[in-house]
Ligand binder design. Structure first.
Ligand code: S3P
Length: 434
């Protein structure tokens, strides 16, 4: 049986913060330097889209004294309205964040642009971006099924809005904020369930708690943003796979250095701790407004099943649910989730994808419109099990970890999709094998 031990200093840089640093860099006047930008395909898509809109940028890999590299991005902009009309449709590949947040910036440009993506992204819902941008005065059209291609006829005369998010979505909150930065007056974006707050932190936006518990993000219009350097900490949504590995495989102990511990991203760690997981923190500090620290995780043999039925919790852990479900199933044979219908609109339908693959691994599950339950491990399949990843990086990584935890031979249908967010995933795991 394998054991995983060691210190990880090369966790992928956070995907959400990398996207935002690049987009803010395109709107800020001057030179923006981003240290530890992610090399994942999704973040590279954002840079390619910005370059296609005329933003000048370069990437460099700095070699670290102890080995490994850090990616640095430098970009130049003259501030708002520095983008130029792209010559062709803007290809966002698999990246919903690129498409949705970029739409907010394109809505304020005085030209027509078209956003397209890969097969998975072309199926994802885009009404949620069309509605607020239309209210602000942009002309946005979608396919007959309300998906991409997203055609945006932008305007320099965007109107400020007060907009309440119909779904808890940090992408939509951010796209409205990016558009509102260009508007002629103050806008307010209201969320009833809190979602990740990197855009607010990175732009220094004020927020207001409303008496009924909702939260308003206040966006002043047309106030020049001065370029500033950004540092991108390690991605907690990538860390979760290595945390699960360390907890599940007997005798393992893994240290993850410099992970983003922003409370709007660390909800899954609280759930793991409640389930009895041995997780500790060290070197906790704040860098550029973001909480970061080291995570120490050790194999734990008495985990309790995870059950999630609180909407507020779901919004906090949306990207980690596949791993949490697989983790709880492997550790205890049980898991339960409700109020998570949003999972069906991610890179794949993550409810069906997790259920189908857990069943392949011998678990008995029940699927609901808004979640699922893992009832028990009914059988232990022999031989190699085929895992269908549905071209979804988080499904592929969750089951790669399950293969180690259950000591099963699993054939992942398209493991290369992991490069979307975690290009060094298998190298890191091999490096931890004691
Ligand atoms: C993200 C927000 C979430 C998340 C995605 C990244 C972001 O999507 O699932 O991986 O960086 O804002 P939604 O906004 O659709 O919930």
């Amino acid at each position: 049986m394998k054991v995983f031990k060691g210190v990880v200093t090369t966790l992928p840089p956070d995907k959400s913060i990398s996207h935002r640093a690049a987009l803010i860099g395109a709107l800020a006047k001057g030179t923006t330097e981003i240290t530890n930008f992610s090399g994942g395909y999704d973040n590279q898509s954002t840079l390619e889209v910005l370059q296609a809109c005329g933003i000048r940028l370069r990437q460099e890999l700095d070699t670290l004294p102890g080995g490994g590299t850090v990616r640095r991005v430098c970009m130049e902009s003259d501030g708002f309205w520095s983008l130029s009309c792209p010559a062709a449709p803007l290809m966002c590949n698999n990246s919903g964040s690129t498409m949705r947040m970029m739409a907010g910036i394109l809505a304020a440009q005085p030209f027509e642009s078209v956003l397209v993506g890969d097969e998975s992204l072309m199926k994802r819902p885009m009404r949620r971006i069309q509605d607020p941008l239309t209210l602000m005065g942009a002309d946005v059209s979608l396919s007959p099924t309300n998906t991409a291609p997203v055609t945006i006829r932008g305007t320099r005369e965007l109107k400020p809005v007060t907009y309440e998010l119909p779904v808890p979505s940090a992408q939509v909150k951010s796209l409205v904020a990016f558009a509102a930065l260009h508007a002629d007056g103050e806008s307010r974006v209201i969320e009833s369930l809190p979602s990740r707050n990197h855009t607010e932190l990175m732009l220094g936006l004020h927020t207001e708690e409303l008496p009924d518990g909702r939260r308003a993000v206040i966006v002043p219009g047309r106030q020049e943003i001065a370029a500033r350097p950004f540092y991108v900490p390690g991605d907690p949504s990538a860390a979760c796979f290595l945390i699960a590995l360390g907890l599940l495989v007997k005798g393992s102990e893994i240290v993850l250095k410099d992970v983003c511990l922003n409370p709007t991203r660390a909800g899954y760690i609280a759930l793991l701790l409640d389930a009895g997981a041995a997780i500790m923190f060290e070197n906790e500090r704040t860098v550029g407004g973001e909480a970061i620290g080291d995570i120490i995780v050790s194999w734990t043999d008495s985990i309790q099943p995870i059950r999630i039925s609180d909407k507020r919790v779901v919004a906090d852990i949306i990207d980690e649910i596949p791993m949490l479900a697989v983790f709880s199933a492997c550790a205890t044979g049980e898991f339960e989730l409700h109020h998570a219908e949003e999972l069906r609109t991610k890179e794949s339908d993550r409810i069906s994808a997790v259920v189908a693959n857990l069943e392949q691994c011998g678990f008995r599950c029940e699927e609901y419109p808004d979640g699922f339950r893992v009832v028990a491990r009914a059988s232990q399949p022999s031989g190699s099990v085929k895992i269908e990843c549905f071209h979804d990086h988080r499904i592929a990584m969750s089951f790669a970890i399950a293969a180690e935890a259950l000591d099963m031979d699993m054939a992942l249908s398209d493991a290369e999709v992991i490069g979307v967010s975690f290009p060094n995933f298998f190298d890191l795991i091999r490096g931890l094998e004691a």
